[in-house]
Design a protein around this ligand. Structure first.
Ligand code: PLP
Length: 355
């Protein structure tokens, strides 16, 4: 039988491919992108740099120059290992390939970043989650109990958490790292907006990996993620990494952007200020609850069916992320990425027109 059913595992057949909705002509507030581009004069200099790249040659497989610059800009401790991925999604995949597999479990809070589950399943690893409390704080005792029971190969903690926007207590995260028999990945995708990190704690914990990405920082299109931790673990990750996973145009572009990193930092700062303003504006509307956020998005729960709210926003040309799942903590929730002040006003007036 040359059939899909014979050779593709039930776990993968049951999945649907990651759906990215079309956004043409819409105010795009669904994917935590930075709404700002590089200033014009930097764009020109960047294009010049790109023009010098020999695309007939393979990239530097070790991305040596880029890694040196990253260590410097992000103040990565000297004795830490560093691996780069084609986005941090790829680093999640490498980690799952390294320690996952049949009979192994990956653990995460629920709700959290959907790729933890998808990547677990596609690497034949069991995926288990521990529900957060109603206010999206973690239940420490329950989490530790589950860790002791299932002995997960890896625990993923998004810090701040996507899609809820809050950062878990450091005490909780330290307790997870200490109790876990395997790896704990602290995923700091939203570090540019929270400023909170475990990077400087790596030396204290032999099983801690810290992950960052440039995607939420204004460079989503380049696909670059970073993973830091004890070199013993990163040496193993390096064996799994495909040699040219970070292409030459990305390497050169990120090097260029890191030379001008203060521009991206200022944009992130602007987004943080606009997040406070947007949260306050949303808070004035009736029929919804706004959850506190340390990221570049805001989670909102509606008193009415959020599918309807989502569709009504779309009719008014505003695209957000619909997370409505009846019977879960995300029932009637939408996730709104903070945009430019103008986009944020468009969103608020769209809501005002029908709420
Ligand atoms: C967006 C996001 C990522 C993915 O980042 P890429 O580097 O674009 O792959 C990883 N983790 C969390 C929690 C995210 O929200």
């Amino acid at each position: 039988m040359k059939s899909v059913d014979r050779w593709v595992s039930p776990a993968i057949r049951a999945l649907s491919a990651y759906h990215v909705p079309p956004a043409e002509g819409l105010v795009k507030l669904d994917a935590m992108e930075n709404p700002y581009t590089l200033p014009e004069e930097l764009r020109d200099q960047w294009l010049q740099r790109l023009g010098q790249v020999d695309i007939n040659r393979y990239p530097d497989a070790g991305a040596h120059q880029l890694k040196t610059q990253i260590r410097d800009v992000f103040e990565i401790p000297q004795n830490c290992g560093l691996a780069l991925g084609n986005g941090s999604d790829e680093l999640i995949q490498m980690t799952a390939s390294l320690v996952g597999g049949p009979g192994r479990t990956i653990l995460a809070p629920a709700p959290s970043f959907s790729m933890y589950e998808i990547i677990s399943l596609t690497t034949s690893t069991d995926f288990m989650e521990v529900s957060l409390n109603q206010d999206f704080t973690p239940d420490k005792n329950e989490f530790i109990r589950v860790i002791n029971e299932v002995e997960p190969a890896c625990v993923f903690i998004s810090y701040p958490n996507n899609p809820t926007g809050n950062s878990f207590d450091r005490d909780f995260i330290e307790a997870v790292i200490t109790s876990a028999p395997g790896l704990v990945v602290v995923d700091e995708a939203y570090f540019p907006f929270s400023g909170k990190s475990f990077l400087q704690e790596i030396h204290r914990f032999p099983n801690l990996l810290v992950m960052r990405t440039l995607s939420k920082n204004g460079l989503a299109g380049l696909r670059l993620g970073m993973m830091m931790g004890d070199p013993k673990w990163l040496d193993q990750i390096e064996k799994i990494r495909l040699p040219y996973n970070v292409n030459s145009l990305t390497q050169v572009s990120v090097e260029f952007c890191l030379d001008h990193f203060s521009v991206l930092t200022a944009q992130a700062q602007q987004i943080v200020e606009d997040r406070q303003r947007l949260a306050a504006e949303l808070g004035k509307l009736s029929g919804l609850t706004v959850f506190p956020s340390e990221a570049n998005f805001i989670l909102v729960k509606f008193d009415q069916n959020a599918d309807t709210v989502f569709e009504q926003l779309k009719q008014r040309r505003v695209l957000v992320k619909n997370l409505n799942h009846p019977g879960t903590l995300l029932e009637n929730c939408l996730r709104i990425t903070v945009g430019t002040p103008k986009q944020n006003r468009q969103l608020v007036s769209a809501l005002e027109s029908f709420l």
